[in-house]
Design a protein around this ligand. Structure first.
Ligand code: SF4
Length: 401
């Protein structure tokens, strides 16, 4: 079975919510929509205090090419534009909106009907992704229109779709592949058209056999798209490891996937692209897995951007008494949150309530040169050596203390 050849680990999967269908959480109360939810320059507010907004309306405009538009996830009144805590615990500008009903822009197609026919040209697709504020939903939040604009002189010959979801606990992509498979496949076709490629590979780890089978069956109706099972190994969802696993190409240090002819998008992004292009719906909601070993009712929720994390935890049965940390994202790459008031953002794939027993740092002991870190490093580094160099202040750019 395919996988990347160097290093990697298989942590306990803990996919508690794998069989839990996505629940739709209606807009209510108030939301806080940060202006910096993507890689690149923060967006510039396009509304003022006191303005009435509709769901899907532009709230803040991208500042430059590497930036992304932000749309209102709710209808209501702009309470204020002020600083709010972000997922890293810093205060960043955000639009505070008091929710009033749920009045969507009339231009958004809210029907359940799947639209297969792709009418837009490649250039129009890229423009639509830009207008709709689409960013990479796997967590990286890189603006999708930038990835779709292949630089002059470079050529992409394969689109890679990341359905790996190698982080323990997270199941939002898994549920999307099961419940919105056709929409995801149309989204992949749209991305292929934008990149002008006739080949797309969807990589899924084989701990999701139902998603692999379902997408393999449906992909027969989508020429050029193949679904490939992958051995379970962390960090296979990282672009470089996924490219190596699927097409055996190596992205050189400091270079991009497009330098080896590949562009990678996440399955959640493919779904968001489908909604933007075929339904005229900007990105203002996403699936978030809310989970943890002690949570009463963990689940996968389709939730509006800006919803406080605390509301999601309440929906999942409330914060367990033994909680030591709340993590945004997966346990391997996620960040511990400093408050439950922090809002859901475009890049938030999960919320994990981690018990105290598993969240405390253990004592740091001296290196015994067992070489285990070398065996598992997926980048072929020597972590023990880097650690000693860092301790001695000898890493590049550091002055010796
Ligand atoms: S740093 Fe690496 S070599 Fe040293 S004890 Fe830890 S795993 Fe072993």
């Amino acid at each position: 079975m395919k996988t990347f050849p160097i290093g990697g680990v298989h942590p306990p999967e803990n996919k508690i919510t794998a069989n839990m269908p996505i629940k739709y959480l209606p807009a209510s109360g108030s939301v806080v929509v940060p202006l910096a939810q993507h890689i690149g320059a923060p967006a510039i507010p396009a509304v003022n205090k006191g303005d009435k907004v509709k769901t899907g309306q532009l709230l803040a405009a991208a500042k430059g090419f590497i930036s992304a538009n932000i749309h209102s996830p709710v209808s209501g009144k702009v309470n204020r534009i002020d600083n709010a805590l972000d997922t890293s615990g810093y205060r960043q500008p955000a639009v505070f909106i008091d929710v009033e009903g749920d009045d969507w822009l009339e231009t958004i197609d809210r029907s359940e009907e799947i639209v297969y026919d792709i009418k837009l040209s490649s250039e129009e697709i890229v423009r639509k992704c830009m207008d709709s504020g689409i960013v990479g939903l796997g967590g990286a939040t890189f603006p999708s229109h930038v990835k779709l604009s292949v630089p002059f002189g470079k050529k992409c010959d394969v689109l890679i779709i990341n359905g790996v979801e190698c982080e323990p606990f997270l199941t939002s992509d898994h549920r999307l592949m099961l419940e919105k498979a056709e929409e995801v496949l149309v989204g992949v076709k749209i991305l292929m058209k934008a990149l002008n490629v006739n080949k797309a590979l969807i990589g899924i780890e084989n701990n999701k056999p139902d998603a692999i089978e379902h997408l393999q069956k449906l992909s027969g109706n989508f020429p050029g798209i193949s679904v490939l099972p992958l051995k379970v190994k962390y960090p296979q969802g990282a672009e470089k490891q996924l490219i190596k696993a699927l097409i055996n190409r190596e992205v050189p240090s400091g270079r991009l996937p497009v330098d080896v002819g590949a562009v990678v998008h996440n399955v959640g992004t493919a779904y968001a692209v489908y909604e933007a292009v075929q339904k005229n719906k900007p990105l203002f909601e996403r699936v978030v897995t809310v989970t943890g070993k002690s949570l009463k009712s963990p689940g996968n929720f389709m939730v509006r951007i800006g919803t406080p994390v605390g509301r999601l935890i309440d929906e999942a049965g409330g914060l367990p008494e033994d909680t030591g940390k709340i993590i945004s994202g997966g346990p391997m790459m996620g960040k511990a949150l400093v408050s439950t008031e922090i809002p859901v953002v475009k890049g938030m794939s999960g919320i994990i309530a981690v018990p105290v027993s598993e969240s405390e740092r253990t004592e740091v002991n001296p290196c015994i040169r067992c070489a285990k870190c070398i065996q598992v490093c997926p980048m072929n580094l020597e972590p023990y050596l880097l650690m000693s160099l860092a301790q001695k202040g000898l890493l590049t750019g550091q002055k010796r203390k």
